[in-house]
Design a protein. Sequence first.
Length: 229
Amino acid sequence: MPPTDAEDAARAAVFDVDGTLVDTNYLHVAAWWEALRQAGHDVPSQAIHRAIGLGSSDLVAHLLGADRAREEAEALSAAHKTLYGQYFGRLRALPEAGRLLRRLADDGWKVVLATSAGGQELSALRTALDADEAISGMASADDVSQGKPAPEPVEQALRLAGATPERSVFVGDTVWDMQAGSRAGVTCVGLLCGGIPREDLEKAGADVLYDDPDALLASLAQSPLGRRP
């Protein structure tokens, strides 16, 4: 029997990067904490951690309020960028992250990254991940007008892959990821390696949860990413 159009359609495996594929969340917390401290703001690390995954302006607004963000977001973002940049050469992929992406590409998935990172930061993440041959596209902060939890980063990733939401899966580690994926209409896989509690990810829209990329790879056949055309 010849394949149907549905069977021929692209399948997109869309991945967040920070905290999902590369172990960066707590480095971001430290850099934001210091940037805020230098600007005279005493913000608990826990609150910063819960905001990781938002774009810089949205993160500042979430932590300090919209009025303060309009006044200070640009300077705080620049300070964070400088502080976080000190880690670029030491970033490390989470266990089996690169192997997971290569396996999915071999299985016929279009692997696309959807991340709030851009520029040199994104280059550093890709270097740490070391799986460029498996990645068919990237929807970065440079490509969208609204970051997560808006669905635009995931929708842009689907456009790059030429895939429909029904044929796509989004993997992330924050509530913002799960909200973005849910709003885009894709199946959402949550990873716990970013430090966000299971209950929070489920409430935000995670359809299934795994500890980290290694655990997802080990259970790939039974996961939403194990389905075949």
